[in-house]
Design a binder for this molecule. Structure first.
Ligand code: NAD
Length: 526
């Protein structure tokens, strides 16, 4: 445990897959040892309690009710989560309203400093955060260590700094008047986030809201709440004023719905499924709330014969299966120019078969567990549907059963399917798991039509070395993000969001700061 190599330090319990306990990280109650275990220094001996963070203190739900928290790689309960309700949301809103004026009065520099202190503490405890994220979500520890937690830290730092650089416009109306734009925080912001990139997306919302001067009532996914509670502990340690950030744990229908409908929350920033987004919009729109909705996707990857084959292959494996395919930006429909199709198919399937499905705590693991048993069945049902639709499974398509303590884990072999046209359900519905389809195309027009031929429009990926095609097709893609010869290359200043049923509004950079503020024009007659 004293090794300086971060990955080497993430050694799993020798008797089960779980990771070392980190006393500083969360509340833990000791459980009776599981059969055959002797050491007590691993998480397998602990039941973690995931509490609400309201008004600067950690507490269970007022009702005293709890939800089970599962470790996907083990397929068993390891935590209990405050099962909150509208009464807890009410407390959180009251705390946020009370904290609002002082948080605004702290000014940009003061808010910057507070967020930077929180970021530094998350960075200090990066290992513990990464292990916890992996345990809660099933993702490989190295992915959380290299992507999720560093990005959460970057989100906090980026928006803490961005607020120092926010400009406001002025317009001189000939010699009659001067207008200037005054931006004020909207008040209490509601932030609701999903399970796939838990801390990464949680901070992507709360950081701009807090930097802009809002106080926040936030709800992480009930499926992966652990790191939000760890963040709350770091906020307390950093001296974030009580009530500035409030985290209410619990389910969507109880907590998420209460946040959405609360009359004192004028802005809702939501990331999650399209159906949930529609439910939120139906409640929030008639209340004239500001709404930012980041929703599902069915992202196309267009591979042209003139691409850099090796680079494309490497990145397409990553864009298909990173985080078990559970990233809204993952490419799930791979369209390949026919002349390249046989070579692509052979090389791609060979690479995918070589991916290692296994213990998320092991550094060589490529594919961890999917997030829940329900999601495992949803993904496998989609594979069954693909077969019914006439698809051929080239590799994967089944559950992977591991030995020992991970025997109950929810693992799926990475799956490649061919033989399906663009209109079938498999190529229209979001699967959000380690499953992709491959399809040949003959012309650019056909590829564009297939790429744009779903109700979604989040991201698309183009692989070509033809410069004019890059620009031509980028403009034809009906998606909020177009990656050319890369994937998930992110600059936090850029607008982020989807078209069509993939969302409304944009996050990122000044777009996010603008969302959490209300612009007022002040016109002064000269
Ligand atoms: P989900 O819609 O089931 O849940 C998201 C959040 O909404 C959770 O916190 C949930 O508790 C809450 N919620 C559920 N019902 C609610 C209600 N009635 N009112 C208010 N809140 C409610 O989504 P998920 O399964 O957690 O996440 C997967 C989905 O998220 C996928 O569709 C994926 O594409 C999408 N996603 C989109 C982006 C993006 O940036 N566009 C990023 C990540 C994930």
């Amino acid at each position: 445990m004293n090794c300086s190599n971060r990955l080497a330090r993430v050694s799993a319990c020798p008797l089960c897959s779980c990771v070392p306990r980190n006393e500083r990280v969360t509340r833990q109650a000791l459980l009776p040892p599981r059969a055959g275990h002797r050491a007590t220094s691993y998480l397998c001996f602990t039941m973690q309690e995931i509490l609400n963070y309201i008004g600067g203190t950690l507490a269970p739900a007022r009702s005293g009710a709890w939800l089970d928290g599962f470790a996907p790689a083990e397929g068993r309960v390891f935590a209990r989560i405050a099962d909150s309700g509208p009464e807890d949301v009410e407390l959180a809103v009251a705390a946020a309203e009370k904290a609002g004026p002082a948080w605004v009065a702290l000014g940009r520099q003061g808010r910057h400093d507070a967020l930077m202190r929180v970021a530094a503490l998350v960075e200090r405890d990066l290992d513990g955060f990464a292990r916890a994220e992996s345990r809660d979500n099933g993702k490989p520890v190295h992915l959380a260590m290299e992507v999720d937690i560093p990005r959460a830290i970057a989100n906090l730092r980026f928006f803490a700094t961005a607020i120092l650089h926010q400009e406001s416009a002025a317009h001189i109306t000939d010699d009659q008047a001067v207008n200037y734009t005054d931006r004020q925080p909207v008040g209490v912001a509601g932030c609701i986030s999903p399970w796939n990139l838990p801390l990464y997306l949680f901070t992507w919302k709360i950081a701009p809201a807090l930097a802009a001067g809002c106080t926040v009532v936030a709800k992480p996914s009930e499926i992966t709440p652990l790191t939000s509670m760890m963040l709350a502990e770091r906020c307390m340690e950093a001296g974030l004023p009580p009530g500035v950030l409030n985290i209410v744990q619990g389910t969507g229908p109880k907590v998420g719905a209460a946040i959405t409908a609360h009359p004192s929350i004028p802005a809702i920033s939501f990331t999650g499924g399209t159906a949930t987004g529609a439910r939120i919009a139906a409640v929030a729109a008639p209340m004239f709330k500001k709404l930012s909705l980041e929703l599902g996707g069915k992202n196309p990857v267009l591979v042209f014969a003139d691409c850099d084959f090796e680079e494309m292959l490497k990145e397409t494996v990553r864009s298909s299966f990173s985080n078990q395919g559970q990233i809204c930006l993952c490419g799930s429909r791979i369209l390949v120019e026919r002349s390249l199709y046989p070579r692509f198919k052979e090389a791609f399937v060979q690479r995918v078969k070589a991916l290692r499905v296994g213990d998320p705590a092991v550094a060589s693991t490529d594919i961890g567990a999917v997030v829940s048993e329900a999601h495992l069945h949803k993904v496998l049902n989609h594979v069954a549907l693909a077969k019914e639709e006439g698809g051929a499974v080239l590799c994967g398509g089944h559950r992977v059963e591991l030995d020992g303590p991970l025997a109950g884990g929810w693992f799926i072999a990475p799956t490649v399917i061919e033989g399906l046209g663009p209109g079938c359900r498999t190529n229209q519905e979001e699967i959000f798991g380690p499953v992709v389809t491959i399809q040949p195309f003959d012309t650019e027009e056909e590829a564009v039509q297939a790429a744009n031929g779903t109700r979604y429009g989040l991201a698309s990926v183009l692989w070509t070395s033809n410069g004019s095609r890059m620009h031509r097709l980028a403009r034809l893609m009906k998606s909020g993000i177009v990656w050319v010869n890369c994937w998930m290359l992110r600059d936090l200043r850029t607008p982020f969001g989807g078209m069509k049923h993939s969302g409304v509004g944009r996050e990122g950079g000044m777009e996010a700061l603008n969302f959490f503020t209300e612009a007022r024009n002040v016109c002064i007659k000269l």
